[in-house]
Structures are given as structure tokens and as C-alpha cells.
Design a protein. Sequence first.
Length: 59
Amino acid sequence: MSISKRTGQILQSIKNIPQELINYISGAVTRIFSPSDDNYPATGVQPFEGEPADKDSHW
């Protein structure tokens, strides 16, 4: 491989590193601030159906 080809490849990689870094960070920011993609069922507020604790029993 000639020196000029090797130098061209090095310069190209130096040019690509900041672009890849910006794409990586912007992808993470987009993922954090995008709407949720969870598929949980909408349950709403559920009433308490248990027994209240005795006032005399403490942990």
C-alpha cells in the first residue's frame, strides 16, 4: 500500500470519527426524549382491597 493511500485513509477516518460520535450521541438523546414505546396495559387507579394494619402491631 502506498503512503498516499495510507495517508488518505487516515484523513478519512479522522473525518469520520466526529460524525460517528455525533450520530451515537444524538441517537441516545433521541431515544431518551422520544415518547415511550412500552406496551403496558392501561390499568388506571386500583382500589385498595387489603386489610388495614392493626394499630398495636409495629415492625
